[in-house]
Design a protein around this ligand. Sequence first.
Ligand code: NAD
Length: 420
Amino acid sequence: MPADKSTINPFETAKKQVDIVCDLININGGVREMLKAPKRELTVNFPVLMDSGDHRIFTGYRVQYNMARGPCKGGIRYHPGVTLDEVRALSAWMTWKCAVVGLPYGGAKGGVICDPKHMSRIELERLTRRFAFEIAPIIGPEMDIPAPDVYTDSQTMAWIMDTYSMIKGYSVPGVTTGKPIAIGGSEGRGEATGRGCSYVIREAAPFAKVKVKGGSVAVQGFGNAGSVAANLLHDEQGAKIVAVSDSQGGIHNPAGLNPHEVEAHKAKTGTVVGFPGARSVSNEELLELKVDVLIPAALENVITKKNADKIQAKIVAEAANGPTVPEADKILYDKKIVVLPDILANAGGVTVSYFEWAQDIQGFFWTLQEVNQRLEQVMVSSYAAVRKEAETRQVHNRTAAYVVAISRVVDAIQRRGIYP
Ligand code: NAD
């Protein structure tokens, strides 16, 4: 994790972002305050039987930020560093992400303070089922729909879905997304984030004066989001993937790497490092390579005021959440680098989660081709809305994306009115 992470309170950042946009679009008074306050927060302390025979008490959170546009949506993370303020911030960002791509959802997030790397599978199952039971009163297909996040996966979602279904007495597949296909998961969910990112890069390329076909791409974080984006840009759009990295370091070959071969190498050795025919680069150097497209797809806070001036890419497509700190944004904008902000560039995942939920509640499932076509429509129209806002207001894409998102949430709040 970057050194400055612990000093930044993410919820303070999230509230500042709202204020900046509210100043711009003239939202004041109670509505502005509503946009900075989570609607509902649940903290649960619950016992879990450990393999040692002892019980341990764990603390978990579920925060529902705003429900004006529909049921809340957001992941659950398992991590020793989970805090309530982090979960609040993530739930705010989910609210804006769902709104910017026009999903009929509000935002939520959950987390449990635990160290999944040091827990057995059965301990994780017991923890998940008890946490699901504790938050069951406030989740459900019409209320709040969890999904995977850091150190949770399709199995975790299956356990939550099963626990919730046991409470109800019948199967409720629409209570979580990111599930295995066998119990109501969607085709295309696994690669949706990278695929959505590849579509927005394609859409932004003419404006950034980039030719994706033959253009160079560097990817920091060759995991789920990053490797899928690299594969699709290579296979479908003819891009040259010149550098990729993971937590152990990076590789660079200006002539281009075959991302599928790099994937096979990583599957065999556990890292992209040591891939034949490529030189080693550090994660810091990778960010500063002269490329057409840079995709940060690993951690937050990697583009800072220290290195923003050295970024040479024409497009920065944020597959990761929060890779650019606010002070760096202005530097990138002044350098005329086209930033595709996280709430837009990685919204493909939540979009196909929405498709999964829609399929589950209808009990009618779509083909992979249908899923991908609808995802493409959502990403293309969302990019166009953000670009239009950026041009109208002469602001950078991140501000424009927040303006689009927050305006939609405000519109919903105002049309519904305040109860009672
Ligand atoms: P992942 O675990 O599959 O991949 C993360 C990759 O980053 C791995 O290759 C890992 O080795 C690498 N990494 C870890 N530490 C690193 C470091 N210090 N320097 C460079 N690389 C490092 O995770 P993912 O699902 O692909 O998520 C990556 C980012 O995308 C996160 O910010 C996540 O929040 C965001 N995101 C993912 C999805 C999704 O559907 N997967 C959706 C929205 C946003």
